[in-house]
Design a protein. Structure first.
Length: 365
């Protein structure tokens, strides 16, 4: 074929001008001017002779196989279809095209994606079966009752009130000494349980008296400042978190407050807390220290303006005078509704709670 292409080279390159070169060779046949069309037909003979390039068309047939491998490497698809395939993780070279020009359509991509995910789902079925043989690896807890109500209340609070939280480290060495004395002497009663939470509750009620604005709430266009303290104690129960409150805690002595906390806690754990005990709270304490936690950013109980978190008590090096000595330290944090109280009120309230815990005798004044 190389020789043939060499012979036909002149004819091939001058295929548009072949009439002139042929006419120069056939000038002796000038007399046959009428049969010039025949002469035109004569070039048709060279055209037939030029059919040797037609064998070149035969190699054109292999050209088709050449294009066939090209399709897997770069299949026909419009840019949006290519983007869809990329987003779905589909390899276009593995997709059977159904488009009118042999191109891949969006439906083709979706079909391929479905075929890819279907085996995956099927593959997980045996895994699930084997998991069931080994025992349940997941537990489904019904989202209802106390848990659902508390979740709704917390969402309403978090997305309605602009929370601001402040922290304070407090030396509670004197408070812990007081707790130990009350326990050992049973001064508050034989069956009364005494814990650091009791002194914290007393300090909160005392600090509210010094900073009454912290004991308020927003109702419509009014900020309602309450002259009484219904002290909420967040309680973790098997049914979920509840916040019953001790009514008029500001008027109670240590003994009454201790008994109130004890009764409230026992009722909550038994799951028998009446709705009335959970209504009307004005400020709340959450004792995260019992779980070994130092501090937190608690969410305000709806209808109130502040909540105090009480962290665990641990011994730490502390500066007393000019000396570093081991002291019992806790961290207090207060979250407050910034619509109702500003930073000054929050800071003064928190500082007063800390002051009462550092020196409990101040709360006797």
């Amino acid at each position: 074929p190389a020789d043939e292409s060499g012979e036909a080279d002149g004819g091939a390159t001058l295929v548009g001008y072949g009439a002139k070169e042929t006419s120069s060779k056939r000038r002796p046949r000038k007399g046959a001017s009428i049969p010039a069309p025949a002469a035109a037909a004569a070039p048709a003979a060279p055209a037939a002779e030029a059919t040797p390039p037609a064998p070149a068309a035969a190699p054109a047939t292999p050209a088709q196989p050449a294009s066939a491998p090209a399709s897997p490497s770069k299949p026909l698809a419009k840019p949006p279809v290519r983007k869809l395939a990329k987003d779905l993780g589909v390899d276009l070279s593995q997709v059977t095209p159904t488009g009118p020009r042999g191109d891949v359509t969006r439906d083709d991509v979706h079909a391929a994606a479905n075929q890819t995910t279907a085996p995956t789902a099927g593959a997980t079925a045996p895994a699930a079966a084997s998991a069931s043989d080994q025992g349940a690896l997941e537990e489904r807890i019904p989202f209802k009752g106390v848990t659902k109500m508390m979740a709704k209340a917390m969402v309403d609070s978090a997305f309605t009130m602009p929370h601001v939280t402040e922290f304070l480290d407090v030396d509670v060495t004197e408070t812990m000494a007081m707790v130990r004395r009350l326990k050992s002497t049973k001064f508050l009663g034989e069956d009364v349980k005494v814990s650091p939470l009791l002194i914290v509750a007393k300090a909160v009620a005392w600090a509210v008296g010094r900073n009454p604005r912290i004991n308020s709430c927003l109702e419509g266009d009014d900020i309602v400042v309450k002259k009484y303290v219904n002290l909420g104690i967040a309680a973790a129960t098997p049914r979920g978190l509840i916040v019953p409150n001790i009514k008029n805690a500001q008027a109670m002595g240590l003994g009454e407050l201790a008994q109130g906390i004890q009764d409230l806690t026992a009722m909550a754990r038994s799951g028998k807390t009446p709705p009335a005990d959970q209504a009307g709270g004005t400020i709340t304490i959450t004792n995260v220290g019992v779980f070994g936690v130092d501090a937190g950013t608690p969410i305000i109980n709806p209808g109130e303006a502040a909540i105090l978190a009480f962290g665990q008590v641990r011994k730490k090096p502390w500066v007393v005078g000019d000396e570093i000595v081991p002291r019992e330290i806790t961290t207090l944090s207060v979250s407050a509704d910034h619509r109702v109280v500003d930073g000054e009120i929050i800071s003064k309230f928190l500082a007063d709670v800390g002051r009462g815990l550092e020196d409990p005798t101040l709360m006797l004044a």
